[in-house]
Each structure stands twice: as structure tokens, then as C-alpha cells.
Design a protein around this ligand. Structure first.
Ligand code: CA
Length: 517
């Protein structure tokens, strides 16, 4: 065969291949999977921001300065009734497993293996809850064995990045290390739920041998430098996202800030202007931590813009529990959550209602707001739906419901029809309204809290009384019974663990058993 016809044949063959490829790409190409960022703040209250989450601005919205949250809200959808649990670990494990806290039984915060963080009080003995957190493998005592969210994303092609606070498994258990949960990269995450120090000059707590349990792991290159922890983990997260881009992989970034949890250490980049405004020193330090966290959000959004991937990246902003309004160990009050009642550790709204914003370009309406209520375990199926992960298998039953239809505006039926549940058969420590061993249900406008110690009830109409000032349990007996029945059914279904009454040695009754003995 002469070279000319050889070339012609080759050309024809190349054209054929091209046609086949083009046909395939037209008919079989999957929609491009979005990058997904969960931006989880620690202990941030519903009002600790310049974005108003109530139906009117509050004085706190003018005190705090969070311009990047404002930018995110302008580009996405704000949720005014988004819920987490009242303390760290239960929320984080619900997010990672899709399970309700009563179901996964990590009902309090975790740290040391096989140890409760807070001892029982005189009235109630806490049940044998999962003090070691979650576990990606079976056979680890006092854990919930579950298929973690990042594992499912990793297994379907996502580059998975953990940056910041993990707090998912006790020291010495597999889930203490995010790399065992399906994360490709772990930046600064381990068993502890707070940093020894936010300051690079203090090596993020690694210089204090007496408090080594709180020392932030990794980040050695920043030790001795004048850098705040929120900034360091953001720089590292940006580098990890760039790696995913270089590898041409969609990424899942779990940007779990240590801020704004205690210790309340001022972020020097921002603290002076709050002092100049006349804020008390502790409040000013706290406000500076909030703004430092907000800068991280802005830096990430700017990075996405610069790389041209902002239109294909979902950002979910959330906090893991309410602002710490109780004063602990002689400290000063640094946040309030008003008009909500109480704060972290409480079944009242101040403990569980969170600032949540979702930006999903092309799906969420810019500058929109949703009244629909939802709870933290809903993130699990929602994120998998966003990532087009279908027909996935988990060892755990998933309680959460996807909120994608709320984001896209295609369905708004769940609000007022679906009950949400909280279960905290534990002791937290600091005192305040609603801070107790409790089980709680929200249904429509109403919320019922069942107090285990004295079997009393609080019934609130949240639409009329967002501050939970008026207990309606006596004058609304039918509503009381209805909610007690819904709550009891859930507690039975998931075999919720009740505390033991020390006086009788018996388990505390389910709420309906108190009303209908
Ligand atoms: Ca927290």
C-alpha cells in the first residue's frame, strides 16, 4: 500500500474515532459533579453575624461583622430554622452518618476512651451511651459503626479533604483519625473538640505538656509564627483544593473550623475595632474570632472565583450548636443568642438553632430565604444527592431527609408536617434554661421538651413565642399529648437510651407514660 492511501485510511479511521467519541459524549456524559464545601463553624450562635436570621435585624447583627457571610447569603439561600444538636459530637456524627442522635447514641461530647466527659449528678445516672463516638469498622466498644459520608464520596471519585476540628471518635479509636473515615487529607483534625491555643506563636497548644490532649496536630510549619489557627487551616485547605484541581477530581472539603469555640482568644487582625466600639474585652475577642472565621469563608470564595470553579461548587455554611451563653468556670459572657432563649447545651432554641446558608449555583435562587425547618442529619442524604451518588449502601439506617428539593424550590411540603427530634440523656455541666437531661420534639409551630429529672414538660409555640417565654403545657393539654405521643413513638422506634432515676433505680419513663400512666 502506498503511503498516500495509508495516510488517507488513517485519516478516515481518526475521523471515525472522533465521531464515536463525540456521540458517546453527547449521549452518555454524566452531568459534571459539583465540588462540595461544608463550612462548619464551632459553637457559633444564630445571631453572631451581620446576616439577620430572624424576621427583623437585631442589635447583634450590627455588632458582628461578617461581610463574607453576607456575600454568601446574597448569592445563595438562607435557612432561618436550621437545627443541630446542642453540643459538638452528636451534631458532627449525625452529619457524618445521617442518623438522629437518639439513634446513633453519641448523645454527648467525646474525648477519652471509655470515659464520660461529665460525671452524673445526684438525680440521674446517664445511660451507656457511645462515649467513643463513631467507628468506620465493627467491633470497637461504645461506638456507632457506620459508613461515613466522606467514604461514600471518596469511593465515587471525590478528593476528600478534612480541615480543622474532627471530634468524631475518642482518643485511641479509629475515628479519632479522619484518614480512617474516607478523607484523603487530614489537616489538624483529631479526637479533641477544642484547640489548646489559636496562636501559632504558642504552637497551637503544643508547647504546654500539661494540656497535650488539646494540642492541635500537624501545622508544624506555622509553629512560632504570628498566625491565627483559622488562617492556617484555610491556607492548607486552599492548597488541598488546588491539588484536587490539578488532579482533575471533584473535591469535598469539610472545612470544620475550631473557631469560635473556647478558648476565647482574640484574633489580632480584628480585635481592636471591636474594643473601639465599646465592647467588653471578652466580647470583642469573640467578635474578632467570628470575623476571622468569616475571612476564611471569603478567602475560599475568592479562591473558587480565581480558579473559575465557583459556578460548579456548592457551599453549605452551618454551625454545630448554639452560641455559648452560659458562663463557665468564672469566665465572662461573650454571646447571647437573643431573641432566642439560652445557648449551647440547651434544648431551648438558643442551643440548637443555627445560622445556615447554602449556595448552589444554578440551583439556589440568589438572595433567597427558606422558613422550612431541617436538622443536621439531613446534610448526609442531601450532599450525596448533590454529588449524584445514587443507590449507596450504608451499614447504618439513615434518618435524615434530603433538602435538595427546598434548595431547588421544587417542593416545599415537609415544613409543618415532619417532626424533628433531639435526645440528650446526659449532663453537660454549666447551668441555664433548658440545660438538662431532656428529650425534645418540634412539630409545626410547636415544640415539646421533656425533662427527665422531674418528668416535667415545656410546650412552646415557636411562631408566636420565639423566645420560649410562655410554657403552654397546662393550657394546651391536647397539643401536649399529641407531641408527647409523637416523641414517645420515635424514642421507642430507635430504642433511645433513657437515664436511670437514682431514687428508684428504674429507667426514666417515656413521656407518654407520664401523661397516661
Ligand atoms: Ca460545638
Amino acid at each position: 500500500m502506498d503511503p498516500e492511501s495509508d495516510r488517507a485510511q488513517m485519516k478516515w479511521f481518526q475521523s471515525l474515532i472522533l465521531i464515536v467519541l463525540l456521540t458517546c459524549s453527547c449521549t452518555q456524559k454524566e452531568p459534571e459533579r459539583p465540588n462540595i464545601i461544608v463550612f462548619l463553624v464551632d459553637d457559633m450562635g444564630w445571631q453572631d453575624t451581620s446576616v439577620p436570621f430572624w424576621d427583623k435585624p437585631t442589635p447583634f447583627n450590627s455588632l458582628y461583622q461578617t461581610p463574607n457571610m453576607e456575600r454568601l447569603a446574597a448569592e445563595g439561600m438562607k435557612f432561618t430554622q436550621a437545627y443541630a444538636t446542642s453540643v459538638c459530637s452528636p451534631t458532627r456524627i449525625s452529619l457524618m452518618t445521617g442518623m438522629n442522635a437518639a439513634h446513633h447514641r453519641v448523645t454527648n461530647w467525646t474525648l477519652r476512651k471509655d470515659q464520660q466527659p461529665v460525671a452524673d449528678d445526684d438525680l440521674l445516672a446517664q445511660p451507656a451511651w457511645n462515649v467513643n463516638g463513631m467507628s468506620p469498622v465493627p467491633g470497637i466498644a461504645n461506638t456507632i459503626h457506620a459508613t461515613p459520608l466522606p467514604q461514600l464520596l471518596h469511593d465515587t471519585g471525590y478528593f476528600t479533604i478534612h480541615s480543622g476540628k474532627a471530634h468524631l471518635g475518642a482518643i485511641g479509636t479509629p475515628a479519632a483519625n479522619p484518614l480512617n473515615l474516607g478523607f484523603d487529607i487530614n489537616i489538624a483534625g483529631h479526637a479533641a473538640g477544642a484547640p489548646g491555643s489559636y496562636y501559632g506563636t504558642e504552637a497551637f497548644g503544643n508547647n504546654d505538656p500539661n494540656r497535650s490532649v488539646w494540642a492541635v496536630p500537624g501545622l508544624e510549619k506555622y509553629h512560632g509564627k504570628d498566625i491565627y489557627l483559622s488562617e492556617a487551616i484555610t491556607l492548607e485547605a486552599v492548597e488541598a483544593m488546588q491539588k484536587a484541581i490539578d488532579q482533575d477530581q471533584p473535591f469535598f472539603l469539610y472545612m470544620a473550623h475550631y473557631a469560635v469555640h473556647t478558648p476565647i482568644q482574640g484574633d489580632d487582625r480584628f480585635v481592636q475595632k471591636y474594643l473601639d466600639q465599646g465592647m467588653l474585652p471578652t466580647e470583642a475577642r469573640y467578635a474578632s474570632m467570628v470575623e476571622g472565621m468569616d475571612k476564611s469563608l471569603g478567602d475560599i470564595m475568592t479562591f473558587l472565583d480565581a480558579r473559575g470553579i465557583d459556578e460548579n461548587t456548592v457551599i453549605l455554611f452551618m454551625s454545630d450548636n448554639g452560641g455559648l451563653s452560659a458562663v463557665a468556670r468564672g469566665g465572662e459572657k461573650h454571646t447571647h443568642n437573643k431573641p432566642l432563649s439560652s445557648g449551647k447545651g440547651s434544648a431551648h432554641e438558643g442551643g440548637i438553632r443555627e445560622p445556615m446558608i447554602v449556595k448552589w449555583p444554578g440551583k439556589t435562587m440568589p438572595n433567597s430565604s427558606a422558613e422550612d425547618y431541617l436538622i443536621i442529619e439531613d446534610f448526609f442524604p442531601s450532599i450525596l444527592e448533590m454529588a449524584s451518588v445514587k443507590d449507596y449502601q450504608t451499614v447504618q439506617p439513615v434518618d435524615g431527609q434530603s433538602f435538595v428539593s427546598i434548595l431547588t424550590g421544587t417542593e416545599r411540603a415537609s415544613y409543618k408536617e415532619r417532626p424533628l427530634f433531639w435526645h440528650y440523656p446526659n449532663r453537660w455541666g454549666p447551668k441555664g434554661p433548658g440545660i438538662a437531661s431532656t428529650s425534645t420534639v418540634r412539630l409545626g409551630d410547636w415544640k415539646l421538651i421533656y425533662y427527665h429529672a422531674d418528668r416535667s414538660f415545656e410546650l412552646f409555640n415557636l411562631t408566636e413565642d420565639i423566645g420560649e417565654t410562655t410554657n403552654r403545657a397546662v393550657d394546651e393539654p391536647e397539643k401536649l399529648k399529641e407531641l408527647a405521643s409523637v416523641l414517645t413513638q420515635h424514642l421507642k422506634e430507635v430504642q433511645a437510651q433513657m437515664p436511670t432515676d437514682k431514687a428508684t433505680g428504674k429507667l426514666v419513663e417515656y413521656p407518654l407514660e407520664i401523661l397516661q400512666p
